[in-house]
Write a protein that binds this ligand. Sequence first.
Ligand SMILES: Nc1ncnc2c1ncn2[C@@H]1O[C@H](COP(=O)(O)OP(=O)(O)OP(=O)(O)O)[C@@H](O)[C@H]1O
Ligand SMILES: [Mg+2]
Length: 183
Amino acid sequence: MLDDCEEGARRAAEIVAALRTFARGGGEEAWACADLRERLERTLTLLRHRLGPEVRVVRDYAPTPPIECLAGQLDQVWVNLLANACDAVGGRGTITVRLRVGAPPGAPRVLVAIGDDGAGLEPALQARVFEPFFTTKPEGAGTGLGLSVSYGIVARHGGSIAFASTPGQGSVVTVALPLRRAA
Ligand SMILES: Nc1ncnc2c1ncn2[C@@H]1O[C@H](COP(=O)(O)OP(=O)(O)OP(=O)(O)O)[C@@H](O)[C@H]1O
Ligand SMILES: [Mg+2]
């Protein structure tokens, strides 16, 4: 029992530490260099409870350079994507978090891909996922804002976000971010 208490306390401390950085500011955040791997890990710590014991998280991290960004805003993107992945697998499945450096053409980018082996979405609906208030979730479960808000945040970074899905197999959302803030 004491071991369980200790483990619980340790986990609570971890979550509080993650929350503190997560909630920092409140006002307008400043652009700064951030390590996306570290930010993703922090977000995963916060969401561990939401993901539940039967969701396996596979980390596939290539080394990536720090990027100039609004890290707190990007954290909201990771939360939205991970929450969607969790919903898609119905609390039971595998979520893959992938970090890569994007190859040219064009300026170098860091790619973050969050995939799941969940229900997927039928092709006719895929074009609508970034629309505000588009949701296929029951009333009360989704407001349909997660991806549209994420789209706005990524656009503000001069990046791109893409949704790909195969019904019955799963989905992946890929975010591409430039290394530096556009002039
Ligand atoms: N990983 C995914 N797998 C399958 N469908 C998805 C996935 N992510 C998003 N979608 C589809 O896109 C819709 C819009 O997603 P979005 O995150 O914007 O809203 P939501 O999850 O329904 O609600 P909210 O995020 O506001 O709680 C979802 O309702 C779902 O149909
Ligand atoms: Mg959502």
